[in-house]
Ligand binder design. Structure first.
Ligand code: UDP
Length: 487
């Protein structure tokens, strides 16, 4: 296979600890791992980081790392291995790049790359490995080479514990209407079965058992969250789910320190939307975005367009992967909303947008990264979950934390698109306009969101909980690397 170092390391006089990172290939996983790599590399001069990816994923990572000369994140290196041939188009190596390619195809390729990943580890013998939790076999390879392996969880403690609980559900779970997904120490969390991640219906108990065994044998787990957001769940995770757990988020805050890498994160840079926001009043714009993988059908796009118009509010809406404008843009709509609406086609500089003072609220699909980025910016959220564990994340925000409100409760919602009802324009218009009222019904939710934003930023500041966990992680890891212990 074609292993080649793209960026060479500096010659150093002191002992450098070489740590290799293996991300999973979706933007929702590449972004937090890249942010974490930047954070780790900036936190310790003797830790040398290398991200190990396929060629199709390098551009995305380099744009996220930032290219300014004085950037400490510059020190993160990239090593490539070949993307396995599974019949995809040459440039499709990431989930969500091509809407016709299922994420299971990328899963399969990532798994098929195991021999290449093993070869990299054997050839370079790094001092430690950090792998995305979706690549559990990396721990098995690392153990045979006596290299400590940490996992990075790109979702929080609350959803991780819910996943664990769901493995204890009866096999005929599909026959129930509602199930309890989490209990004490927090409140009882009950959810409609329709809103559960599809994963839990497929030999799930065995899968979780295997994962738990791997986690038990690994060095520990790094979680992109912060204690003030979900303290009792972090404590629970520390006790039960993983030997050592480190809560080091929101990692997007470390990326936000470098203005340029924030803008270029993901490649597209400024698209005019920030300049547009500059001319809007403080907290007067609702940001509408559904992550890097979800696609709405034309009927839902049409309702959303009408709903945003009827809300009477300013909005910045990210529309991805649609070229059939004539099918969903209402007649004359673009003209009617020209003053107060900005439609961004393609990749948005989301962290920079959320940090803009003109943003007053965020309509989100509740992907974990988006939630944390919204939280970090102190922006209240209107939730519109669509798939995987997004409905579980919504429960945390709306029912436990109180920094968000459900956009729609009335109709049938499901993690399977075919079972979900269309969200009507009147519901969207009403929810958005009510939520944007500054001193309205949701003033306490806005207030909670601002409070949480301040807590997120102090967690990432010197002496904050996430920074303390990061120092603990670095100490533990260096000790393990020195003594060559894996556990
Ligand atoms: N993102 C972005 N611009 C976009 C769409 C997404 O920067 O136009 C980023 C977003 O900031 C987040 C990630 O992509 O960091 C999406 O991850 P998330 O967990 O929210 O959702 P997923 O895409 O995995 O469903």
């Amino acid at each position: 296979s074609s292993n080649d170092i793209l960026i060479n390391s500096n010659n150093a006089s002191t002992k450098k600890w070489r740590v290799f990172l293996f991300p999973y290939f979706s933007r929702g996983h590449l972004i937090p791992m890249t942010d974490f790599a930047g954070l780790l590399s900036a936190s310790h001069p003797d830790i040398e980081l290398t991200m190990v990816v396929t060629p199709g994923n390098t551009k995305f990572i380099t744009s996220s790392l930032g290219k300014s000369d004085n950037s400490t994140q510059q020190q993160v290196q990239i090593l490539t291995y070949t993307f396995p041939s599974i019949g995809l188009k040459p440039d499709v190596e990431t989930v969500g790049i091509d809407k016709l390619v299922e994420s299971s195809a990328i899963d399969q390729a990532v798994y098929m790359a195991r021999p290449s990943q093993e070869q990299v580890l054997q050839q370079y013998k790094p001092d430690a490995v950090i792998a995305d939790i979706k690549l559990p076999w990396i721990a098995v390879i690392a153990a045979t080479l006596r290299i400590p392996c940490l996992f990075l969880a790109t979702s929080g403690a609350f959803p991780s514990l819910a996943y664990k609980c769901l493995s204890r559900m009866p096999a005929n779970i599909g026959l129930y209407d509602h199930v309890t997904v989490l209990g004490p120490p927090g409140p009882e969390i009950r959810m409609p079965v329709l809103e559960l991640p599809p994963l839990v219906f497929q030999d799930y108990a065995q899968y979780v058992e295997r994962m738990q065994k791997i986690l038990d044998d690994a060095f520990g787990i790094v979680v992109n969250t912060f204690r003030d957001l979900e303290l009792e769940y972090c404590n629970e995770m520390e006790k039960g789910l993983a030997g050592r757990a480190y809560f080091v988020g929101p990692v997007s805050i470390s990326c936000a320190r470098d203005q340029r890498s924030t803008l270029e994160r993901g490649g597209q840079g400024e698209t005019g939307c920030l300049r547009w926001l500059d001319n809007k009043e403080e907290r007067s714009v609702i940001f509408v975005s559904f992550g890097s993988q979800s696609y709405f059908n034309s009927a839902q796009l049409h309702e959303l367009a009408m709903g945003l118009e009827e809300s009477g509010q300013n909005f910045l809406w990210v529309v991805r992967g649609v070229d059939n404008s004539e099918e969903w843009i209402p007649e004359g709509w673009e003209k009617r909303i020209a003053e107060r609406g900005f439609v961004l086609r393609g990749w948005a500089p989301q962290v920079a947008i959320l940090a803009h003072t003109a943003i007053g609220a965020f309509v989100t699909h509740c992907g974990w990264n988006s939630i944390l980025e919204g939280t970090a910016a102190g922006v209240p959220m209107l939730t519109w979950p669509l798939a995987s564990e997004q409905f579980i994340n919504e429960k945390l925000l709306v029912d436990v934390v109180g920094c968000a409100v459900r956009l729609w409760e009335g109709g049938k919602r499901s993690t399977r698109e075919t079972e979900s009802e269309l969200v009507p324009r009147t519901v969207i218009a009403h929810a958005v306009s009510r939520f944007m009222e500054p001193e309205g019904e949701y003033a306490s939710v806005h207030c909670k969101a601002r409070e949480l934003g301040a807590e997120a930023r102090s967690a990432m500041a010197e002496g904050g909980s996430s920074m303390s966990d990061l120092s603990r992680l670095i100490n533990d890891l260096i000790n393990a690397m020195q003594s060559k212990t894996c556990q």
